[in-house]
Ligand binder design. Structure first.
Ligand code: XIL
Length: 370
């Protein structure tokens, strides 16, 4: 017999539901949200401080992981050759440290938000000089964050849509060796951190997802460590990849022996939003998180910030927005409940359950030791 309270609880939306709590129950390591440093917000014409925002980000039941959306990129960390600056990145790292959040670190070698001195037509790089630049950058940045990252996005967005390599200063000068060099260097600097290849539009089977498989194999064949593939997951509400497509792709990467994570999930829609587009968005979030929970290789989900006013989407895709899980007034999107539902309904595979048990045992053991 169900008492009136049970019935009421079943009818209520998951008002007090919390993302990270459900993610862990479903066998994931974390549900995370990326965040920018307040200085960056100010530069974008936003206020620097939002108490409600800070409280949600620091609520361990809601988020178990974070990523700096900008502060660790080359433009900020090595704005001039040999001059390193970790001010912006450190702000997010200290939030993670103070609140016991896992940190996914992002991104070491990327053609975008690159310091102008690297991507400069007059620079005249040779394979030797550019290799030295990559080694110096990767080594210094990783050294600074040593022990503070669960994972590093070592190479970001090296592929074009057709699966060939994207034209970048790195590829022009070094060919695919730049990828090998970046990973080889990263593994030397901090052997214990997970090294990821990260990209977008690689969440469903396509020439680009085959390109990812090629990169992973290339590194493995050369004996170079790669631990993970990051699916950025920048989706459009009206045409997201399906649940099955995402599961198939995660399994294909997983078959290579690497782990997988959604690293920058957001689902944009035309603004102003309407009921239909919000429903599409909820379905897209449900399928992405559902795929992660169901496919064994997937270990966690990070959304690219959680609060709409801080999303990159309206700046990059004019006319689109409302891509995250909290509206401007801090009410939650319907997609929030859809995400919880995907995790609640998870039929967790025996393998994930084993991992979950192992993690719980380890946590209990370390609690005993303290
Ligand atoms: C975005 C940031 O969110 C913006 O603030 C910035 O202006 C541009 O970059 N893929 C990535 C992220 O790997 O680093 C990008 O982040 C979004 C696309």
């Amino acid at each position: 017999m169900h008492g009136p309270l049970t019935v009421l609880a079943a009818l209520l939306p998951f008002t007090s539901a919390q993302l990270n709590t459900y993610a862990k129950k479903a066998g994931l390591k974390y549900f995370g949200a990326a965040t920018d440093s307040p200085g960056q917000r100010e530069r974008a014409g936003l206020e620097a401080s939002y108490n409600q925002y800070d409280a949600i980000l620091r609520d361990g039941n809601e988020f178990g992981s974070t990523t700096p959306t900008n502060g660790q990129k080359w433009l900020f960390t090595e704005p001039e050759q040999g001059v390193f600056n970790f001010t912006e990145g450190d702000i997010v790292t200290s939030i993670a440290q103070e609140h016991g959040l896992i940190q996914r670190c992002h991104a070491l070698v990327w053609h975008s938000q690159l310091a102008p001195w690297v991507d400069n037509a007059t620079a005249d790089w040779t394979p030797e000089t550019l290799s030295a630049v990559i080694v110096e950058h990767v080594a210094n940045v990783m050294e600074h964050y040593r022990g503070k990252c669960y994972a590093w996005d070592v190479v970001n967005e090296a592929l074009d849509e057709d699966g060939s390599y994207r034209d970048s200063v790195f590829y022009r000068v070094l060919g695919e060796d730049f990828i090998k060099l970046a990973f080889r260097t990263a593994a030397k600097v901090e052997p214990g951190v997970k090294l990821y290849y990260n990209d977008y539009n690689i969440e469903k089977p396509s020439p680009k997802s085959e390109g990812v498989v090629r990169i992973v194999r290339m590194l493995q064949e050369d004996g170079i460590k790669i631990d993970g593939v990051g699916l950025q997951g920048h989706f459009v509400a009206s045409r997201p990849p399906t649940l099955d497509e995402q599961i198939a792709t995660i399994n294909a990467y997983g078959a290579l022996g690497v782990e997988v994570a959604y690293t920058e999930l957001d689902v944009r829609q035309t603004t102003p939003v309407n009921e239909t587009s919000l429903e599409w968005q909820a379905n897209a979030y449900r399928d992405a998180v559902g795929a992660c929970v169901q496919a064994e290789a997937c270990i966690g989900v990070t959304i690219w910030d959680f609060y709409d006013p801080f999303s990159w989407v309206p700046y990059t895709f004019p006319g689109e927005g409302a891509a995250l899980l909290w509206f401007e007034d801090f009410s939650k999107h319907p997609a929030y409940d859809a995400v919880i539902e995907a995790m609640r309904n998870a039929t967790v595979s025996p393998c994930k359950r084993r991992q979950q048990r192992r993690r719980a045992q380890m946590a209990a053991r370390s609690a005993e030791l303290q």
